[in-house]
Design a protein around this ligand. Structure first.
Ligand SMILES: *[C@@H]1O[C@H](CO)[C@@H](O)[C@H](O)[C@H]1NC(C)=O
Ligand SMILES: *[C@@H]1O[C@H](CO)[C@@H](O)[C@H](O)[C@H]1NC(C)=O
Length: 363
């Protein structure tokens, strides 16, 4: 009897142990950086921010909140939320500024993203307060030290080495800086050079804070958002040319920068997530993906595409959210995000390179 229970204990400890190890293996933490495409509520805590989404009908399809607004700038999940789910994370990375983001919650990862934020500090100044990329990395450094205290330096480093870093930033450097009156009115190449210098320093800083697996998003087709197509003439693609051309120019430089960093920094894996082509593919073939429109905002008013007045309790709301590519004047719906995020995890080199996110996890 004693032998049997000893055996049972042995079996139990063997299997509980190995299950815990397995869970640890298949569930990397997800640290999220970026702008309103992936903000999960940081701006709720910025009192003076003019860039917020913590009111209905934002979040109307977000199951985890029962349809209540969370600060996400979409009807449901962001691409970062879906990425986390696909990687087996039981909880969405919580906002850094949420006081509950402490202790064991850090092990799932943390979200630092902020609506109106950009690569450059000045970007988004019209919206008063927001977290730019430099500040988001300062905050990650704070979490990094909290992790050291919580699990010890060795395990903290190992967890951060295995974690997936998801970065979706750069659109606001054009939409809320270069293309507005706060711009320094320099030639596009000069501006993009400045972005690359800042971004190289930022990504290198993350590397020195032990990030090794980074999924870096390209800029999305910012000329196709209802805000643009409601204001300016469109070209044969149905989108406004200049913003898309700037995005493509930036994206080519971004791809080169990531290759350079992969060469330069031993053990670094910077993936290029081709968000531009992914969303463009959906926009151009929206009917075959089951969307009725790729130009009208589901929630918003003004102009021919409802792209002038931001989504809120008093604006028009469409009936069938999953038939719209765009939720509001600036952001895609959960339905579009779902297609994009799944291709980042499982897709081929047209959309995510040099490897996909699932392969990145398995390294
Ligand atoms: C941006 O702001 C951060 C602090 O928030 C500061 O450390 C950094 O030097 C600033 N960068 C520039 C280019 O001004
Ligand atoms: C992180 O913070 C510590 C303490 O403030 C500082 O010494 C260090 O330089 C920071 N590291 C980076 C990469 O920002």
């Amino acid at each position: 009897m004693a032998f049997l229970s000893a055996l049972l204990l042995l079996l139990l400890s063997c299997c509980t142990g190995s299950q815990a190890d397995l869970a640890y293996d298949v569930r990397p933490a997800v640290f999220v950086f970026g702008d309103s495409h992936v903000d999960s509520g940081n701006n709720n805590y910025l009192i003076t921010s003019q860039s917020k989404a913590n009111f209905p009908p934002n979040g109307i399809d977000f199951k985890a909140s029962g349809g209540m607004p969370t600060g996400r700038f979409t009807n449901g999940r962001t691409i970062a939320d879906i990425l986390g789910e696909e990687l087996g994370q039981p909880n969405y990375a919580t906002p850094f500024l949420d006081p509950d983001t402490a202790g064991a919650a850090l092990l799932n990862g943390v979200n630092y993203a902020s609506g109106a934020g950009g690569i450059l500090n000045k970007t988004g100044a019209l919206y008063v307060s927001r977290l730019g990329m430099d500040l988001q990395i300062d905050y990650f450094n704070t979490s990094r030290q909290q992790l050291d205290d919580f699990v010890g330096k060795i395990e903290a480093r190992e967890r951060v080495n295995r974690a997936i870093f998801s970065i979706t930033i750069g659109s606001n450097d054009f939409l809320n800086n270069y293309l507005t009156f706060i711009s320094d009115f320099e030639p596009p190449d000069t501006f993009i050079n400045r972005l690359m210098i800042a971004l190289k320093a930022q990504l290198t800083r993350l590397y020195y804070l032990d990030a090794r697996k980074v999924v870096m998003g390209s800029i999305v087709p910012i000329g196709c958002i209802p805000y643009q197509t409601s204001l300016a003439p469109v070209d044969e693609t149905g989108c406004v040319s200049l913003p898309n051309q700037l995005a493509m120019k930036y994206n080519r430089r971004l791809r080169d920068l990531l290759s350079e960093l992969n060469q330069l920094l031993p053990g670094a894996n910077f993936l290029y997530a081709n968000l531009y082509d992914l969303y463009m593919e959906i926009i151009e073939n929206h009917q075959s993906y089951g969307f009725v429109t790729a130009t009208d905002a589901c929630c918003g008013d003004g102009g021919i595409h409802g792209g002038i007045v931001i989504c809120g309790p008093a604006t028009t709301l469409c009936g069938s959210r999953s038939e719209y590519v765009y939720w509001d004047p600036y952001h895609p719906t959960e339905a579009a995000n779902l297609i994009v995020a799944k291709k980042l995890v499982h897709g081929d080199a047209r959309y995510i390179s040099p490897i996909n996110v699932q392969q990145l996890v398995n390294i």
